[in-house]
Design a protein around this ligand. Structure first.
Ligand SMILES: Nc1ncnc2c1ncn2[C@@H]1O[C@H](COP(=O)(O)OP(=O)(O)OP(=O)(O)O)[C@@H](O)[C@H]1O
Length: 957
């Protein structure tokens, strides 16, 4: 079989709710096999890519009554699941029957539609279920044709998270932290030993469906139990397909083909992780596999172009396992899933570039022969050889052999051949037996799965159904609310001694009770447990209604479903509800309830909406980090805030959510960018799992670098000072003492700054009058100046080693002053010469528009350390109480002010009415003591007296 290129398909989905709310524009166009992406900034040419297939699933579809998305008319360009299967899935099926290995892997950012193409939904099945479904249909017809043909299909489902491989079909294996070991075998690459990962034999599609259900369930459990994020995991479904049949010569043949279907982790984290620049993440292989896959693809592409480069398969678990799929014996397809939206432009381009490199890869698939098949073939050859050699020997018996000797040799030979023939036939028989035995086992297992299926029960029984950030995992966990015997309360908790076991951060051993009384379900939270219903936290018992959204602990989301209360076609109703409720919606509800986002959310400007969406996404991990801090008593607190980048001296960025990190009982605090926090949270989770296993914090990995906090000797931003540099365009010297403000816009100190125009040699113009340029637009051809930061006056004594940094037009990196002495008012005498030998319009515009932001940084000193006075939980409780108290105090103050204001308004009104009265009575003057009395009094009787007095007044009074 000649080598062939890896096939690449690109698929663009429709806008999701978030993109619609952001009023996104579609930047992707497809024409034939060409995909074009337009830069939303409009100042770049369109980028074009050509792939084997371009699938337009953006628009032009209708929803059929069973939920299937189909083209809305004959001329529609919409590409549905069937088309993808016809193009890619059928090829995989054919390969499997022809004895070739095949692999398909989906690449793209989170939410771009990878799982949709690979797995799909109940109504819109993807490649995996369709391939599995059709494999059995083909087997059935092949067996009808010839009863002797035997087919065997085994199924396995694994996940790679943080470089660890886990068996998703085993409840124990899915949460085994150490995972499965990879072994290398020459000629076979890396694989997992059968004793560790025993593929399950399957005999029909429904057993695969159930295994996938089970795999998803374990994936959801593993995600919460291990505090991991499913979009960072790679899922590999492997089908091994064996065919045993007689060839035209009547010889028994066996063909084995391996089909790998890979749903890769979201690709966007790769770039963001790298961008966060936090070195601590290297303590854990957050997504080493995806980075390595990129490197392997690049190397293979270079190899295909004739370059002699090493392919770094061994760098990661994923690349080891995909070694064959990518560069060896396999026919491979890659689906690049992209979002149509302008907001995702950068990610889309990066996905398409990745795919573009992948399409250059060449693979070399061969028809596979199973080792057992090889054995059979060898045996048959042996038999043939023996038969023929026997004959040869008989016919070639030396002439000098006596007749007796000849007869004996012939007999011996025949017996030998007979024995060997019997042995080989027995061996073949045994192989057949073991196949039948395994098939019986598979059938028994399939029946077992049937018994376990809670999905059927959930159609009639009230239950809690999980909501996952990966829509594919939503509904994969169901807790039935069944009350055995006289039980009135089902206890929910994290141990195996409760009725409903839930794994997840912040779920206590005994978290809450669910009671069924008078036809209604109620939840009673137990002390210190976090339970939310429809966005609101409850500490008292509350009632459940159909489709209530529940949060247990930090981030376990469930929907309450009581089918007995449905009056219509219940199943469809549940599916419809499930489809509309997402983790994002639940988080939005919580954010609204807590006042983090206010009314009018949907009418905000796209930039603001984007920022709020990012904030909503960060809420669960922030809650999880706080829970881990409590459980490990780390004395740390994480709070979300929106940072206006101008306050940190970055005028070119948009407002964004960041995390304020504080150490209780000290003045230490840090601001972490979202990317850094997300990476750190993954390390914290790993750390936490170690802690949970050992009960103590002793992993040497974290002794020197604690993921919960930054090292105390790391400089932090104290504040920013702003200098207006426009005068330097006129060569007018500037001496200023700008104030330094911190991120809360509080005064943090001041600087002494000078900007002095100079010549090319750095000599300051002495005659200022002569140096001045009236019209820089016309006359300024070159610009040289010195910028000096003479000293900093920092108001707080909680910093040492203070220094400044800034950028001016054209700078890539910051100019840094030297580090000051340990005083908080260091004298730097820092000076830098800035040179522009060619002044252009951009420079003039920049200096006239933007100030220079000088950042002041320093190392924090903690003036007090009361951290250990209380446990982290007590610190949280205290802050909550203090906040409530301060809210109560504020409320009192507001009420008092309101009363004062009402009183003042009344008094003013009295004065106005008195003056109106006087005017009506044609009085030109009014006595001041009457007005004073009017202001002081609020009594109607006195007011009436005043009217009388005014009436009696004459203008001489
Ligand atoms: N071609 C499509 N047609 C209709 N809906 C789609 C299509 N592609 C994706 N979707 C929908 O978009 C959402 C996100 O898709 P999906 O879960 O497949 O993304 P993903 O890339 O696998 O994300 P993750 O990395 O989180 O697993 C899902 O609700 C899915 O049903």
């Amino acid at each position: 079989m000649p080598s062939e290129n890896l096939k690449v398909a690109v698929r663009v989905r429709g806008f999701n709710d978030r993109e619609k709310a952001l009023n996104s524009k579609c930047v992707v166009h497809m024409d034939g096999n060409t995909t074009t992406v337009k830069n939303p900034d409009g100042n770049e040419a369109e980028k074009r890519f050509a792939f084997d297939y371009s699938y337009w699933s953006f628009d032009g579809f209708k929803v059929e009554p069973n939920g299937y998305l189909a083209p809305d008319n004959n001329s529609s360009r919409y590409c549905d699941q069937k088309r993808v299967f016809d193009d890619l899935g059928v090829g995989i099926l054919n390969n499997a029957f022809d004895g070739y290995n095949s692999s398909i892997f989906a690449y793209g950012q989170t939410g771009s539609g990878k799982s949709y193409s690979i797995i799909g939904t109940t109504a819109n099945k993807g490649i995996v279920p369709l391939v599995c479904e059709q494999i059995f249909q083909r087997i059935e017809s092949a067996q009808k044709e010839n009863k002797d043909n035997q087919f065997e299909v085994t199924f396995s489902m694994i996940e790679i998270y943080n470089e660890v491989v886990r068996d998703l079909l085993s409840s124990k294996g899915a949460t085994d932290r150490k995972g499965l070991q990879l072994h290398e075998k020459p000629g076979r690459g890396f694989h997992i030993l059968e004793k560790d990962l025993k593929p399950t034999q399957v005999c029909n599609y429904s057993s695969i469906e159930k295994l996938m259900e089970q795999g998803n369930k374990h994936k959801s459990i593993a995600e919460t139990k291990m505090n991991a994020t499913s979009s960072r995991a790679h899922t590999i479904v492997e089908l091994v397909f064996k065919q045993t049949f007689k060839n035209l010569d009547g010889n028994v043949m066996q063909r084995v083909s391996v089909v790998d279907l890979v749903d890769l982790a979201g690709s966007e984290r790769q770039s963001k992780t790298m961008a966060s620049g936090d070195t601590l993440k290297e303590g854990i292989a957050i997504n080493l596999s995806l980075t390595s896959l990129g490197n392997v693809i690049s190397a293979l592409a270079s190899q295909s172009n004739g370059q002699n480069v090493r392919v770094p398969y061994r760098d990661s678990t994923l690349t080891k396992l995909l070694m064959n799929a990518l560069g060896g014996n396999s026919k491979t397809v890659m689906v690049a899933a992209i979002s149509p939206s302008d907001n995702n432009y950068a990610e889309t381009i990066s996905t398409l570039r990745y795919a573009d490199r992948a399409k250059q890869i060449k693979t070399n698939a061969k028809v596979n022969e199973d080792p057992k098949d090889k054995l059979i073939r060898e045996l048959q050859e042996e038999i043939a050889r023996l038969k023929s050699s026997g004959v040869g020997l008989i016919s070639g018996i030396p002439a000098d052999l006596s007749k007796k000797e000849y007869e004996r040799a012939k007999k011996e030979m025949e017996e030998n051949i007979k024995r060997q023939l019997e042995d080989s036939e027995k061996q073949m028989e045994r192989m057949k037996e073991s196949y039948e035995h395994r098939l019986a086992e598979a059938l028994a297992k399939s029946k077992e799965l049937d018994k376990q299926s809670v999905n059927d029960k959930a159609k009639i029984c009230p239950h809690l159904s999980n909501i996952n950030s990966d829509p594919m995992l939503t509904g994969s966990l169901k807790h039935l609310l069944e009350y055995p015997d006289s039980k009135k309360t089902l206890v929910v908790g994290s141990t195996d001694k409760v009725d409903i076991q839930m794994h997840g951060l912040g779920v206590s051993d005994r978290h809450c009770g669910i009671t069924f009384e008078n036809g209604e379900f109620h939840i009673e939270p137990y002390p210190n447990s976090r339970i939310m219903k429809n966005g609101k936290q409850y500490e008292e018992k509350f009632q459940l209604n159909n489709f209530d959204r529940l949060v247990f602990g930090a981030s376990l989301y469930f929907l309450f479903i009581n089918p007995s209360k449905f009056d219509q076609d219940s199943e469809q109703m549940v599916i419809n509800q499930m489809n509309t409720i997402t983790v994002e919606k639940i988080q939005k509800e919580i954010a609204e309830e807590s006042g983090l986002i206010s009314d009018g959310f949907d009418h905000r400007k796209p930039d603001e909406l984007q920022c709020i969406n990012e904030l909503i996404d960060l809420m669960p991990p922030v809650e999880e980090a706080n829970q881990m801090s409590i459980l490990m008593d780390k004395k740390m607190r994480y709070d979300l805030m929106i940072l206006n980048p101008i306050v940190i001296g970055d005028p070119h960025s948009k407002p964004r959510p960041v995390i304020l990190v504080r150490k209780f009982g000290t003045s230490l605090e840090w601001i972490w960018e979202a990317e850094k926090f997300i990476d750190r949270k993954a390390v914290m989770s790993d750390f936490y799992l170690d802690f949970k296993e050992d009960g103590k914090i002793n992993n040497p990995k974290y002794i020197s670098s604690d993921p919960f906090v930054d090292p105390s000797d790391m400089p932090v931003l104290i504040g920013v000072a702003v200098v207006e540099p426009k005068c330097i365009l006129h060569r007018i010297p500037l001496e200023d003492t700008p104030k330094v403000f911190d991120y809360c816009k509080k005064l943090a100190g001041s600087l002494h700054v000078e900007m002095l125009a100079c010549d090319k040699q750095g000599i300051v113009y002495e005659n200022i009058e002569k140096a001045i340029i009236q019209n820089p637009e016309k006359d300024l051809k070159e610009l040289y100046y010195l910028i000096r930061i003479n000293n900093v006056k920092c108001l707080s004594t909680r910093y040492k080693k203070i220094f400044c940094q800034f950028k001016v037009f054209g700078d890539e990196n910051y100019s840094k002053s030297q580090v000051g002495n340990d005083s908080n008012n260091p004298n730097f005498k820092f000076q830098r010469m800035v040179s522009y030998p060619d002044v252009g319009t951009n420079l003039l515009k920049y200096y006239s528009t933007y100030p220079i932001f000088i950042q002041v940084l320093g190392i924090q000193l903690s003036n007090q350390n009361d951290s250990n006075k209380m446990t982290t939980r007590q610190w949280f409780d205290k802050e909550k109480k203090d906040k409530n108290n301060s809210v109560d105090k504020l409320r009192e103050e507001v009420n008092r002010l309101q009363l004062d204001l009402d009183r003042t308004k009344n008094k003013l009104k009295n004065v106005e009415t008195l003056l109106d009265y006087a005017e009506k009575k044609k009085k030109k003057k009014i006595r001041t003591d009457y007005i004073r009395e009017c202001i002081l009094s609020n009594n109607p009787e006195i007011m009436n007296k005043l009217y009388e007095l005014v009436n009696k007044m004459n203008d001489k009074d």
